[in-house]
Design a protein around this ligand. Structure first.
Ligand code: ATP
Ligand code: MG
Length: 174
């Protein structure tokens, strides 16, 4: 198996859900999948429940929320510490050989917001065993990441319900 470096970026909706869709396909094909969420923490997303069901069914499908939630809330230093801890876990799991696919959700945003350095993020790509699929999501992916990735898709916002004042809907946003 040839591991791919996949990036979902851009300002349109669909980056995290694309990664989750990829995870669903991979798990069904027998791959072991880990999703590590930078930034996100505490919020109950539907995908947490679904992954829990898959895990209880004996499949290797795991999601861990390692962030503190919205970056607009709380001290940046605390967000930085959480990101550093998530980075450490990512490193360990990438090197562990326990997974066939690892998704680093919102990592691009963590770099953009200054919680991680670009080099720390790029290093995760570099240390990855060649058979591991690594998926990185979030707006504003760095140029260097785009350069070394095998697959990059940019979600383009054409319309979003927020613009019409429609609030987040269950099953669509959470
Ligand atoms: P999703 O998790 O639904 O796949 P995403 O990962 O592409 O979305 P993020 O950049 O992680 O999007 O942003 C998270 C939230 O911001 C989502 O609730 C999403 O609907 C919202 N969002 C994304 N694009 C826009 C936009 N163009 N205008 C307003 N809100 C947006
Ligand atoms: Mg997202």
């Amino acid at each position: 198996m040839r591991g791919l470096v996949i990036v979902y970026t851009g300002n349109g909706k669909g980056k995290t859900t694309a990664a989750l869709g990829q995870a669903i396909r991979a798990v069904g094909s027998g791959l072991k999948v880990l999703i590590l969420q930078f930034i996100k923490g505490g919020q109950r997303y539907g995908e947490l429940e679904t992954l829990e069901i898959l895990k209880n069914a004996g499949l290797t499908a795991e999601i861990r929320q390692c962030g503190l939630g919205f970056t607009s809330r709380g001290e940046k230093e605390n967000h930085k510490a959480a990101a550093a801890e998530t980075l450490k876990i990512a490193r360990e799991e990438i090197l562990s050989g326990k997974f066939d696919m690892i998704i680093l959700d919102e990592i691009n945003y963590a770099v953009k917001f200054g919680l991680l350095t670009e080099d720390e993020m790029l290093d995760l790509v570099k240390i990855r065993p060649p058979e591991l699929h690594l998926i990185l999501t979030g707006r504003d992916a760095s140029e260097k990441l785009i350069e070394i990735a095998d697959l990059v898709t940019e979600m383009k916002a054409v319309k979003h319900p927020f613009e019409k004042g429609i609030k987040a809907q269950k099953g669509i946003e959470f």
